[in-house]
Write a protein that binds this ligand. Structure first.
Ligand code: ZN
Length: 297
């Protein structure tokens, strides 16, 4: 079917970053990510019959220290099993090897703090080492890639990833860091799929009872997150997407800490709301999100 012939609404799909992270907030013991967090994501996927991508930073899955920077999770074997058994509901994506460059620069493939790309040789090494870890775990290199901090070097990062079978790069179209504005429109090597914020930060691991301040207003987290779903108020577009336009996106950004077991009811409510909203389509997987994303372009 031609993509333009698909009638429908705005896609709702989310992709989870920071798979493998030990803690949602470094130094906060209560924010420890355990296997139960992945079980919670699986439970949500089963309840709504969707396939949720979780993008992993591979140093946390590096059991044999292939990368020489491995810090493997204590429940790595169970986690790998969980994915292998539940391919219908969970998809593994790549979120780099180290997340930061040399532990202190935000961005693994491009340093946001100094506005400079990481040398090509090192970008390749990171992707090559990730591939070896996937191999060791007997997993295919993912189709989906989400760059840490949304930052990547056009023509280099995407080119190397394409050599490893990556098909899609998901990130923000436009964002600011310090004085620089970064813009991405497309890639010559991968399909660039834009995403938007849901107003949720990675450190927000307890969504029950959370309030958010927004201008002079105070919002319950559930109401706050709803405002970020496209189509949305132009002021939110301006605040979050730096544009007044109602730009369609492929998916929304979430982080592993947002899916702690105590947040299960939050997500069930949220997705039930999406299903009841005639202007939205809860997409069952990445491919369906792509189809609905192109619908009104
Ligand atoms: Zn990340």
């Amino acid at each position: 079917m031609h993509l333009k012939n698909i009638k429908g609404s705005y896609p709702f799909f989310f992709v989870i970053d920071d798979g493998g992270f030990d803690f949602a907030v470094k130094g906060d013991k209560n924010s420890k990510i355990t296997l139960e967090t992945y079980d919670t994501i699986l439970k949500i996927a089963k309840k709504f019959n969707i396939k949720i991508p979780i993008c992993f930073t591979m140093k946390y899955l590096d059991k044999k220290n292939i990368s020489s920077v491995g810090t493997p999770l204590e429940y790595l074997d169970e986690l790998t099993e969980l994915f292998k058994k539940n391919k219908k509901y969970l998809e593994i994506g790549s979120h780099g090897l180290t997340h930061e460059y040399k532990t202190n620069h935000p961005g693994e493939f491009y340093c946001l703090d100094i506005n400079k790309p990481v040398p090509e040789k090192i970008q390749r090494e990171h992707i090559e080492k990730s591939a070896k870890i996937f191999d060791y775990l007997n997993l295919d290199f993912p189709e989906l890639f989400v760059p840490a901090y949304n930052i990547w070097e056009k023509g280099i990062t995407d080119k190397i990833l394409s050599e490893y079978g990556v098909k899609y790069i998901i990130g923000q179209k436009k964002f600011g860091y310090k004085k620089h504005i970064y813009k991405y429109i497309n890639s010559d090597y991968l399909e660039f799929l834009p995403r938007a914020s849901l107003g949720l930060a990675s450190k927000e691991y307890s969504l029950t009872g959370l309030y958010k301040n927004y201008g002079p207003f105070k919002w319950k987290i559930k109401e706050f997150v709803k405002m970020f779903i496209i189509p949305r108020n132009p002021f939110i577009n301006l605040y979050s997407g730096k544009s007044l336009k109602q730009n369609r996106v492929h998916s929304y950004m979430t982080h592993i800490g947002n899916f702690m077991p105590l947040n299960y009811d939050f997500w069930v409510d949220m997705l039930n709301g999406v299903k009841q909203n005639q202007r939205l389509k809860l997409c069952k997987d990445n491919r369906e999100a792509i189809k609905y994303f192109y619908n009104r372009i």
